[in-house]
Design a protein around this ligand. Sequence first.
Ligand code: TYD
Ligand code: MG
Length: 463
Amino acid sequence: MAKNKQNFVCQSCGSSYHQWTGRCDSCDGWNTLVEEIISEKPPKGLGEREGKKIEISDLRITSDKQERFFTEIQELDRVFGGGLVPGSAILVAGDPGIGKSTLLLQAIAAVSKFNKSVIYVSGEEGKEQIRLRAKRLNLDESSVKLATATDVRNILSSLKANPTEVVVIDSIQTMYLDTLDASPGSVSQVRAAAQEFIRYGKESGTVILLVGHVTKDGQIAGPRILEHMVDTVLYFEGDRGHQFRIVRSIKNRFGPADEIGVFEMTSQGLTEVKNPSSVFLNGLKAPPYGTVVFAGIEGTRPVLMEIQALVSPGGAGNPRRAVLGWDSNRLSMILAVLERNTGHSFLTNDIYLNVVGGLKIKEPAADLAIAAAIMSSINSVPLNPETVVFGEIGLSGEIRPIAQSSTRLKEAKKLGFINAIVPSRTTDKKLTGISGVKIKSINQITELPSLFKIQTTKQEMHD
Ligand code: TYD
Ligand code: MG
């Protein structure tokens, strides 16, 4: 007989421990361990019994149609990696209330327009609630099918009886298997339920879209344990305070990862923002000091974003470092390099850094823009507003070359920028080919202060 074993499972990363501890050693989460009963059969070898023959096929594509389902919402099809691949499983994760249900309802309603059968299964809301939302989104005439259920066995039997091309499960934390003792939302239920849905999807060629909540207190099993089980992981970035919603593909087996889709939350749901740079720039003619425009690359697209720094005299005690949208360790590194090379000490300064619009920048290419924003704030000298900045800073203060410089500059030019501060060593040969953008190259961080004065303005260019 199988023995039941007690185990403490981290609700955030899924690691299990024999004893309760306050902090999970593997993901550093606090208070994330919850007791779960795991039935453990003793491991056995395969024995003598012959298995069934599995189907062995060619790698070559034999039928030339690798069909994808499109939503024709460009921002969304892009983060899906160019439409939805039949049989794939996609996890859409984000904080509660950020817009996951809204986005997926809009997405499948869009897919259903192309004569695809789609179903929205909700374990969180009643049918009337969902119908009301659909009405608000002007989707009440759509052919989307609706179900409210949480029992995985019932859902799968019903799906098998009514074959469907795209299924939304909202949310995976509400689903449960009647064969497990654990309560819905626990790691074992979430993992097992996801496994059942994903298996059904692969067998039947159905696209499975799973909604997953992320909570900071770890009460509900974090969708992080699902990341390796699904083909694509989309995360909502930004917070509910902003009207813009950024959906980022952090993993995609069918397209480029790190692609972003930008949406605006309106009274008619999420509408796509086709020119994301416009969201992250405030369009001020004379931006205040401490503001610098970074020409970044998000996924396959160039995006310009505004970075703001505020360096203020700190009070007594430890100086504050408040960072939004950027890695705070990387900020410490930039501060250390600036201290060493410019002679300014930040020991008594509070520093606030913000990426406008709620985007999270991951590229080291933003180093130079951040350094420039900090320098601009300390010296109360604004950088010329028609300037974009990019470049990685090395520990000895050297400015390192970065990839795709010309793509960044082209985007800057398109949006009316006429100056660029870029690394002097560049990997792009065609850099000089961008006419109309005055390039100032920089080799060492010590050259940065002098660049604040010599920027061209539009009048001078026209003279
Ligand atoms: P929702 O999709 O329910 O979030 P999630 O499923 O991630 O929990 O979105 C909820 C928020 O979106 C809610 O605060 C209201 C807002 N909202 C709008 O602003 N406009 C709309 O048309 C809809 C449907 C929702
Ligand atoms: Mg929801």
